[in-house]
Design a protein around this ligand. Structure first.
Ligand SMILES: [Zn+2]
Length: 65
């Protein structure tokens, strides 16, 4: 029998919310993109990251929000 290690959601565990579509994910999904702007972390889900990749790379300001 394999041993499976489960990681229950801990109180205070940081959930990641997509800055664009407000989708919520537990932890930090590797497919999501994290953009640090003005010391704040903005997360984008896979779909939104793909849609915004040009904007993210083109403008590092958050003026485009
Ligand atoms: Zn999204």
């Amino acid at each position: 029998m394999d041993q499976h290690t489960h990681h229950p959601v801990q109180p205070g565990a940081e959930n990641v919310v997509c800055s664009r579509c407000r989708k919520v994910a537990e932890g930090a999904p590797p497919t999501w993109t994290c953009s640090v702007e003005n010391g704040r972390r903005h997360y984008f889900c896979d779909d939104c990251a793909r849609a915004n990749i040009r904007a993210i790379e083109g403008r590092l300001d958050s003026a485009w929000w």
